[in-house]
Design a protein around this ligand. Structure first.
Ligand SMILES: C[S@@+](CC[C@H](N)C(=O)[O-])C[C@H]1O[C@@H](n2cnc3c(N)ncnc32)[C@H](O)[C@@H]1O
Length: 197
């Protein structure tokens, strides 16, 4: 793959990985997700909105199989390259969206890291509801969301996306049949939710 192919308005998957590495809040969310996601050894885990596969590749050592899904094929290609470079064989990356994750096999856990807020930013509560319903249709035992979430009463001025409030996400999860078992507030605009069905 050439650098030009990878270019997305000048922002490459390598840029994304470097930015994520340097982002203290992202790293705290990731660490919490990796420590607290209730994943068992023989589980199949879907990482929806996998991007460059940061979370999927980390989870590979904890379970049987990880399925990374995203709508951005160039980043999926990069994620596959990383898996190959690291000789990680129990991860696969394919096209799939929140609404239609493109997963046929039984799923134990769905994780979504810094991804679902995009549904809300794009289409508000309606789009986030459709996204959560799409993931619920996989019938996972657990859903773990590490995300940009508004915990405070108002949007922080530095947030350039419109973030869903904790209340909105909690309502949509409940409507989809999930019960929250853990809420970790990392900052006023980021945190990790663990929900079961
Ligand atoms: C900020 S990145 C996060 C990537 C990765 N989960 C991580 O933690 O580094 C958000 C990802 O969500 C993906 N995404 C956005 N809308 C999506 C949708 N409707 N279905 C699936 N993935 C989506 C984007 O393509 C992007 O790769």
């Amino acid at each position: 793959m050439t650098n030009t192919e990878r270019d997305y308005q000048g922002y490459t998957p390598m840029d994304y990985d470097a930015d994520s590495e340097a982002d203290e809040v992202y790293q705290k969310c990731l660490a919490y997700l990796l420590t607290h996601a209730p994943i068992e050894r023989d589980d199949t885990v879907v990482d929806i909105g996998t991007g460059t596969g940061i979370v999927a590749l980390e989870l590979a050592s904890k379970c049987d199989h990880v399925l990374g899904r995203d709508i951005y094929d160039e980043w999926l290609r990069y994620a596959r390259e990383k898996a190959e470079q690291r000789s990680i064989e129990n991860v696969s990356f394919d096209h799939g969206s929140f609404r239609d994750p493109n997963v046929e096999e039984p799923v134990d856990v769905v994780v979504a890291s810094y991804a679902l807020y995009m549904a809300y930013d794009e289409g508000g509560e309606t789009e986030l509801r459709a996204a959560i319903d799409g993931l619920a249709a996989l019938n996972p035992r657990w859903l773990v969301v590490a995300d940009k979430i508004r915990f405070g009463p108002t949007q922080t001025p530095t947030d350039y996306e419109t973030l869903p409030s904790m209340g909105t996400i909690a309502t949509l999860l409940a409507d989809a049949g999930f019960t929250l078992t853990d809420v970790e507030i990392i900052t006023e605009s980021a945190g990790v939710l663990v929900a079961t069905r």
